[in-house]
Design a protein around this ligand. Structure first.
Ligand SMILES: *Cc1c(COP(=O)(O)O)cnc(C)c1O
Length: 453
């Protein structure tokens, strides 16, 4: 029998629930399994570190968001934001749920087509669409969201005298009370550029203005800016109808809903402060139905929510490599998860907990990753129990952006598994290895021989 571990006696002040002037009380509970799969077994079967996605949580969050909107407005269509997580299995879960694809590059466009999304159910956003990309999108009848006048001129060129009509919307940026304002994408509302773009499109020959689009920012922590943005787009639709007798078929409110993560420097945890899907849906749909758009011409409402749909479904599990004392006496823990695979650690105070039972006593701890880089800090200061080499940890709410913005650096990127609705873990992306990493390297002839004596 293993000897019981010594736990040193400590005196701790009792905090009752709410934060005091020192912040939140510490209450760490281990996470030992995800959807009935033990973390220890997952790591021993698939290697450490390991990305773990819950298909059940993806579907549940999606249905919750969809129902928040569909109960309040008759015509709603979600489009999955590929850049938030474009692993093919993940995209296909959303497409099975009925979501269209929202892409921001030729590469993402090709992925959507390869995932079986019909061309006319792809929304093509972003400032970088090549002439070749535009040709493909026009031929497929995709919804092209124009970002700037140069792109509009390319489309006018491509469609002139051709039988192919381009279906377009314009992306519009505006003052919604959120600062700094995101004004680098699309046409500005207040300075009249958006109106000029509308006029140019509606007087052009083979271009059909089908929608109006905005994406006001990301991690927007109140619902009110969405009401402001919706009112502005609805007013524009009314003005277009008045001048051109042209009906706008859809209004696309983009993404940007906050997930339950806690931003660095935030006083309260994100799970307490983040608006619900109902809050956002209420703000947007109220503004839309109360607008002056004629009741028999109500547009379809598109949503491109990314992070709020998938953050909760993702976990990153890893292993403790070492314990250290820093020069000032603080405890530090080194784990095998680096910031290169947890890109969001630059913005979030990620929730990290042990994956097995642990001592109750906690100490102020810095948690480092394995990279030979000073910036490789997963948590700068966190109350954490003493773990030992070989113990395991789990970071939760990491489903958004980490599996697309991850950097290959120093180590191979790990596997990703998804636990399906039957509770079975399946690999949805292999880990990198020596061959896959060297596949793209080329060695010029004169460097074939090396010369070390
Ligand atoms: C990134 C992006 C989204 C998704 O944003 P989230 O903040 O993750 O919801 C939606 N639409 C556009 C145009 C985007 O660029």
């Amino acid at each position: 029998m293993e000897k019981a571990k010594f736990e040193r006696p400590v005196i701790t002040r009792i905090n009752a629930g709410v934060p005091d002037k020192f912040g939140m009380k510490t209450n760490i509970r281990p996470v030992t399994e995800i959807d009935n799969n033990s973390i220890r077994e997952l790591l021993s079967e698939f290697g450490s570190p390991l990305f773990i996605l819950s298909e059940k949580t993806i579907r549940e969050s999606y249905r919750e968001a969809e129902s928040a909107f569909k109960t309040r407005y008759p015509r709603v269509q979600f489009a999955w934001s590929y850049k938030t997580n474009y692993l093919n299995a993940v995209c296909r879960v959303y497409h099975q749920e009925g979501s269209w694809a929202e892409v921001v590059s030729g590469f993402e466009y090709e992925k959507a087509i390869a995932n079986g999304v019909p061309g006319n159910k792809i929304i093509f956003n972003g400032p970088d669409k090549s002439v070749k990309d535009l040709e493909m999108a026009i031929a497929n009848g995709s919804l092209i969201h124009i970002d700037h006048f140069d792109e509009l001129y390319d489309i006018i060129d491509l469609t002139k005298g051709s039988g192919n009509k381009a279906k377009v919307a314009i992306r519009i940026n505006m003052d919604t009370g959120i600062y700094p304002q995101w004004d680098r994408f699309g046409f500005n509302y207040e300075n009249g550029e958006a109106w000029t773009a509308v006029n140019k499109i509606l007087t052009a020959e083979n271009i059909e203005l089908v929608g109006l689009h905005t994406h006001i920012g990301t991690f927007i922590m109140t619902a009110e800016p969405y009401a402001v943005a919706t009112r502005k787009l609805a007013d524009l639709a009314v003005r277009i109808d008045r001048k051109f007798e042209h009906v706008i078929k859809y209004i696309d409110m983009g993404g940007g809903f906050a997930s339950k993560n806690t931003l660095k420097g935030a006083y309260l945890p994100g799970s307490d402060t983040c608006p619900s899907f109902d809050d956002y849906a209420q703000a947007i749909t109220d503004a839309l139905i109360n607008s002056d758009i004629r009741h028999d011409k109500m547009p379809t409402l598109f949503l491109e929510t990314g992070r709020a749909l998938i953050d909760d479904a993702g976990y990153l599990a890893g292993t403790v490599l070492a314990n250290k004392r820093l020069a000032d006496g603080r405890r530090s823990l080194v784990i095998d998860i680096g910031v290169n695979m947890l890109f969001t650690s630059f913005w979030y105070e990620h929730n990290i907990v042990p994956a097995q039972d642990h001592q109750q006593d906690t100490e102020d701890t810095t948690i480092y990753g394995p990279l030979c880089m000073n910036i490789d800090v997963i948590r700068g200061a966190v109350q954490f129990p003493l773990l030992e080499k070989g113990d395991q940890v789990v970071i939760s709410r990491i489903g958004a952006y980490n599996m697309t913005q991850w950097l290959q650096f120093i180590t191979y990127r790990p596997r990703v598994v998804m636990i399906n609705n039957d509770g079975e873990a399946q690999v949805i992306r292999e880990n990198e290895n020596f061959d896959s990493m060297n596949m793209l390297d080329k060695i010029p002839g004169h460097l074939e021989e090396i010369n070390i004596k």
